[in-house]
Design a protein around this ligand. Structure first.
Ligand SMILES: Cc1cc2nc3c(=O)[nH]c(=O)nc-3n(C[C@H](O)[C@H](O)[C@H](O)COP(=O)(O)OP(=O)(O)OC[C@H]3O[C@@H](n4cnc5c(N)ncnc54)[C@H](O)[C@@H]3O)c2cc1C
Length: 252
């Protein structure tokens, strides 16, 4: 049983199914990745998972999980009861900021750092999932829960702690693999943005652009490889971008 249809839920469900496990996903939204992918892609993915024998209970939530002997009884909001050998909840994380808080360090949806990854205490630096930093590329303060950010930021924080003065300007990418589909992505993937889908082969290979006020906020490189830096460059460009002039920009 997998609770949640976001990055973690969809990845683990695919991994379990590939390993021969019988998987049920409870997804509160319309479908897998509905908050991130365009609705048609989310719908395709949901049906694709079903074709791989994953049971998907969309538009449902978890009311209760109870241990019953060696198994678990999961009751959904719609009243269905499912017995499972194991339950994985992929329902988001909360940064552990209690230590920073008790030390009097500024926190705000994470530990607040400046461009050198220094916290409000000059001897304390923060990096990775927990750090809230200003992204020059996106012109806003963000907190990123992905590996590339953690690795790059960690290295930079270490260098700055050792006396260097390097500003963190990296726009991290992230990736995921879902059965035989895979992608890399940069920036903000939010299904509420204006979305331009540019498919070479529908839902199999293509690029999805997330636009706001003529700027590119995020790029989803669906089975499209080696384009992360080009996507970063596009996000940095002023535009204005629209469906007409962005279609066909990537792969460059
Ligand atoms: C199941 C799963 C799948 C993922 N898949 C992907 C993926 O496909 N692609 C991707 O880009 N990212 C993925 N991620 C995200 C990625 O793993 C994280 O972004 C990355 O691990 C963050 O690194 P971090 O060092 O900031 O935090 P963590 O790896 O969480 O490390 C933080 C460490 O600090 C310790 N800690 C916390 N508080 C204290 C304290 N008070 N004192 C001492 N120690 C403390 C914790 O115990 C932990 O060891 C995935 C995450 C999960 C959970």
């Amino acid at each position: 049983m997998v609770i949640g249809g976001g990055f973690i839920g969809s990845e683990i469900a695919a991994a379990l199914a590939i390993n021969g496990k019988s998987v049920t996903m409870i997804v509160p939204e319309d479908g897998i990745g509905a908050r991130v992918y365009p609705p048609r892609l989310s719908h395709f993915l949901t049906e694709y998972y079903r074709s791989k024998s994953v049971t998907i209970m969309n538009k449902d939530g978890v009311e209760n999980v109870r241990k019953d002997g060696r198994t678990y009884l999961v009751r959904t909001k719609s009243g269905t009861e499912i017995r499972a050998d194991g339950v994985v909840a992929g329902i988001g994380i909360e940064p552990n900021i209690s230590l920073a808080k008790s030390a009097g360090i500024q926190v705000d949806n994470g530990i607040v750092v400046d461009e050198y990854l220094q916290t409000s205490h000059p001897d304390v630096f923060a990096a990775g999932d927990v750090a809230s930093f200003y992204s020059a590329a996106l012109n806003k303060r963000i907190r990123v829960e992905h590996e590339d950010n953690a690795n790059t930021m960690g290295e930079m924080a270490g260098k700055n702690m050792a006396g260097q003065r390097i500003a963190y300007r990296h726009l991290p990418f992230f990736y995921s693999d879902l059965f035989d589909l895979g992608y890399e992505a940069v920036g903000e993937l939010d299904a509420r943005y204006e979305i331009v889908e540019d498919w070479k082969e529908e839902f199999r290979e293509g690029v999805v652009y997330y636009l706001e006020a003529g700027r590119v906020r995020g790029v989803l490189l669906w089975n499209t490889w080696g384009q992360v830096d080009n996507a970063r460059a596009l996000i940095a460009e002023q535009g204005p971008w629209n469906k007409g002039n962005i279609t066909g920009r990537l792969p460059a």
